[in-house]
Design a protein around this ligand. Structure first.
Ligand SMILES: Nc1nc2c(ncn2[C@@H]2O[C@H](COP(=O)(O)OP(=O)(O)O)[C@@H](O)[C@H]2O)c(=O)[nH]1
Ligand SMILES: [Mg+2]
Length: 319
């Protein structure tokens, strides 16, 4: 069993992709079906109509144009494509897009000890919640997890992290509100090395409105970590709020200018019809989406499986 399959096998109530993207499925499906019933064949004119449907599903203009262009080529090559073949063709095209971004993944299945994960993203997107979910999974797999409370900026942030972790019985390194984030990171790494922790997850503050400051702060955190572990952080996980649709994409683009990102977690996909943004993110950023946040509970996290996602998106929703 692959490491990540095993990691997620400990969830008591694993989220189901069909339910998580239920809203997106319903709205997307009904439009696609409406389109198919109105058009027998795919022609350049009907494709323009389809473009609108993809944009409305939050796939974004640039990615939609790319999909339509590939579709046009397929339509031309095949001469006469029936509209009822559409979901099949779309599945193929979108899957290629998603696979291309995940082929950039630097994720390996083996860990260095300690594995250092730096979690970044603007306030309120779900960083701390995602950290709790991840820390819990690692712990349930028998790994020794240490969390660093380097979001020292926002009132109550260190306590919120502490609350989650004491519930989960996971250790936190904190210096409280207003402390220097890089000093917290340094302490966390030192402790992880001396007490032989397997996984270190560092929470950060995300003041994107002050880009220069944020850039300096994150560089400093990375520098102090690298003093102790030269090739760390092994993962820089950007958390974004999927329910904000295209804004999530813009935020991710902005953030990747501030620091290199290795993986993305898209949260709050439960209860939104904007799930198509996952396709835009994968295509536009070429950074693999690794996790999906599917709710506020500890087990509401999924390892992103492009194939399952796209098959779910383009299959009939349950009523
Ligand atoms: N519905 C839903 N809510 C989430 C999800 N992830 C986080 N939240 C909620 O979003 C709010 C902000 O989360 P938090 O982890 O504090 O964000 P942070 O500021 O980035 O650390 C909290 O109320 C969380 O319960 C998710 O996947 N789905
Ligand atoms: Mg937080």
């Amino acid at each position: 069993m692959s490491f990540f399959k095993k990691l997620f096998s400990f969830q008591k109530e694993p989220p189901k992709i069909d339910l998580v993207i239920d809203q997106t499925k319903k709205s997307f499906w009904s439009k696609i079906m409406g389109f198919i019933s109105n058009h027998q064949n795919l022609t350049p004119e009907t494709l323009a109509e389809l473009e609108e449907i993809l944009i409305q599903a939050d796939i974004g203009i640039a990615t939609t144009e790319k999909i339509i262009k590939i579709l046009q080529e397929k339509v031309e090559a095949a001469k006469n494509l029936k509209s009822n073949q559409l979901t099949e063709i779309l599945t193929e095209i979108i899957l290629d897009i998603l696979k291309e971004s995940s082929s950039n993944s630097t994720q390996n299945e083996s860990f260095t000890k300690p594995e250092v994960i730096l979690v970044v993203g603007v306030n309120g997107v779900g960083k701390t919640t995602t950290i709790a979910k991840l820390a819990n999974l690692y712990k349930n797999n028998g790994l020794k997890v240490l969390v660093g409370a380097a979001d020292t900026f926002r009132a109550a942030a260190p306590e919120q992290l502490q609350r989650w972790m004491s519930k989960l019985n996971i250790e936190v390194v904190s210096q409280g509100l207003g402390a220097d984030p890089s000093a917290v990171a340094f302490d966390t790494i030192n402790k992880a090395l001396s007490k032989e922790f397997d996984i270190v997850i560092i929470d950060t503050a995300g003041r994107l409105h002050n880009k220069i400051h944020l850039m300096e702060e994150l560089s400093k955190i990375k520098r102090v970590i690298q003093k102790k572990i030269p090739n760390a952080p092994h993962e820089i996980l950007l958390v974004i709020d999927g329910s904000t649709g295209q804004n999530a994409l813009i935020q991710a683009q902005e953030f990747s200018k501030v620091t290199p990102i290795t993986h993305i977690a898209v949260t709050k996909l439960d209860g939104t019809a904007k799930g198509g943004v996952l396709i835009a993110i994968a295509d536009q950023l070429k950074i693999p989406v690794k996790y999906i946040g599917a709710g506020e509970k500890i087990d509401d996290l999924m390892y992103f499986d492009a194939e399952k996602f796209i098959h779910s998106l383009l299959s009939k929703p349950t009523l």
